[in-house]
Design a protein around this ligand. Structure first.
Ligand code: NAG
Ligand code: NAG
Ligand code: NAG
Ligand code: NAG
Ligand code: NAG
Ligand code: NAG
Length: 455
């Protein structure tokens, strides 16, 4: 018998051949990736929990049968009750008849002489009237026995029903909860392994558009479904308030079909990010971080980023009030900045995207002013050593292990002045603003897929 409890489908934008990631027949679940989908995406599919679902179905079936049986029994009991009631009425009605017959029989036994032919005939008639009572009484007696037996059976069944229900309840709550947790962890691992890895290369640049000033930023919403290719465009690095929203990437390329959002507070730098329908940016001349919700056209929350330098105190090498840099990776929202306490070295903070509170921070030890730009892929911060020609990805900080290493990953800085560099986990590309050009790069991420067994 085959049964599937659930089918979870997770789509990750990664181009890989079919590979089984995890297979554990003992535990009864499987996580595997399918072949590449037509749009180049890789499907990560989990089928769970085969074993558990089967035994659960079995229990459900047993329970259903028992309930049906109970229902059948209570139905027969109703029938019996009704019949017994009617029989009882009949018995009562014939009671007077029996009493009359009884007295006549007494008289007849006392004086045989008085028993003439007419009287004898009367007696016979009364007897005939009472004859149908015999099977009724028999039926009544057997029904009574049946009722007693049925009552016992129902009591027994109710007992086992309760027991099974208790078992099922315990099974559902603990066992399934456990399986869901395991599955969640496996899916997470699957996603991480598929979509994540160590940056080993950056492709040649593709220029999407040439527009705007030397400094600026542009992006898509990494949380939106891939059918939503709206582009947000913010030209300039200070005092700007005008955000353009293009309907599609193609409209952005053509410079058409856009709406304008006017922010209530001007921005500083180019470290803005659009995440889940909101813009996160640094308010000009402050270390206040602002979450602006596009649909409601309002600031949802703003908060001072603890002791973070601002107003060109700790910018990237190119200046431009780039003190506070927001970014989004597979894990969520991050802020990159520094403080006096950290002696100007880059600090990475995981941010709560709803409250803008800092969840956890890491001190990378890398001086922010010596960094051209930085971006995060899979929880690892990559730092370039310059914003000018000849720049390379020079430093990597792993938040998963709180360790760093120096790297040497070259990339082509085509227009020789990068003022924005962000990884987009949805598209797995780097978005850059290079001297009035909007440019993207593919990335190569190296990851080892571990399987339990061979390979
Ligand atoms: C209940 O009664 C129906 C109809 O009489 C019968 O088909 C079914 O098998 C019975 N179920 C059980 C569990 O006895
Ligand atoms: C009810 O359960 C008792 C004890 O398990 C058993 O002896 C008895 O035969 C059962 N009665 C019926 C009608 O199933
Ligand atoms: C930490 O992350 C990097 C890349 O993001 C990965 O290569 C490495 O295996 C991870 N280390 C651990 C211990 O998970
Ligand atoms: C995205 O926003 C929706 C509501 O607009 C919310 O329900 C959801 O939790 C958000 N997701 C994240 C990851 O913040
Ligand atoms: C920001 O820096 C400028 C000089 O670049 C200065 O005039 C201004 O007062 C500073 N503002 C704040 C809020 O520190
Ligand atoms: C990235 O790779 C995809 C698929 O291989 C390709 O279609 C696209 O043009 C590449 N983009 C860049 C910027 O190289």
């Amino acid at each position: 018998m085959r049964c599937r409890a659930d089918l979870l489908l997770l789509v990750i934008a990664v181009s890989r051949a079919a590979q089984t990631l995890f297979q554990s027949p003992d535990e009864g679940w499987q996580v595997y990736t399918s072949a590449q989908a037509p749009d180049g995406k890789c499907l990560c599919t989990a089928v769970i929990p085969v074993q558990g679902s089967c035994s659960r179905d079995l229990r459900s079936r047993q329970l259903r049968q028992l309930m049906e049986k109970v229902q059948n029994i209570s139905q027969s009991m109703e029938v019996l009750d009704l019949r017994t009631y009617r029989d009882l009425q009949y018995v009562r009605n014939t009671e007077s008849l029996m009493k009359g017959l009884d007295s006549r029989l007494k008289v007849a036994t006392e004086s045989q002489k008085n028993l003439n032919a007419k009287s004898f005939q009367e007696l016979k008639d009364k007897m005939t009237e009472l004859v149908p009572l015999i099977p009724v009484l028999d039926q009544y007696k057997s029904d009574t026995r049946t009722i007693v037996q049925l009552k016992e059976e129902v009591r027994n069944l109710s007992g086992s029903l309760l027991q099974i229900q208790e078992e099922m309840g315990a099974y559902d709550y603990e066992e399934l909860q456990q399986r869901v947790l395991v599955l969640e962890a496996r899916l997470h691992a699957c996603m991480q392994k598929l979509g994540c890895g160590k940056l080993t290369g950056v492709s040649n640049p593709i220029t999407i558009r040439a527009s705007g000033s030397r400094f600026g930023s542009w992006m898509t919403d990494t949380m939106a479904p891939s059918s939503d290719s709206r582009v947000w465009y913010m030209d300039g690095y200070y005092k700007g308030r005008r955000v353009l929203e293009y309907r599609t990437l193609n409209d952005f390329i053509m410079g058409q079909n856009f709406v304008q959002h006017l922010l209530p507070h001007p921005w500083a730098g180019t470290g803005h990010v659009v995440f889940n329908g909101s813009l996160y940016y640094n308010k000009y001349q402050s270390n206040i971080v602002v979450k602006y919700h596009f649909r409601s056209r309002s600031v949802v929350v703003q908060r001072s980023l603890n002791t973070a330098g601002y107003n060109n105190t700790f910018p990237y090498s190119w200046g431009g009030f780039s003190d506070i840099d927001f970014m989004v990776d597979e894990n969520g929202l991050w802020a990159v900045y520094t403080t006096n306490q950290n002696a100007g070295n880059i600090v990475i903070s995981r941010m709560d995207p709803i409250t803008l509170e800092i969840l956890r921070s890491w001190d990378t030890g890398y001086p922010k002013r010596s960094a051209g730009e930085s971006f995060i892929i899979c929880g690892t911060l990559y730092v370039t050593n310059s914003h000018l020609a000849g720049a390379k990805i020079y430093f990597a900080y792993y938040t998963n292990t709180s360790t760093y290493e120096y790297t040497d990953i070259p990339f082509h800085n085509q227009y020789s002045h990068i003022s924005m560099l962000d990884y987009n986990p949805r598209e797995r590309v780097l978005y850059t603003w290079n001297n009035g050009h909007q440019v993207i790069y593919n990335v190569t991420l190296f990851h080892v897929i571990k399987t339990s067994g061979e390979l």
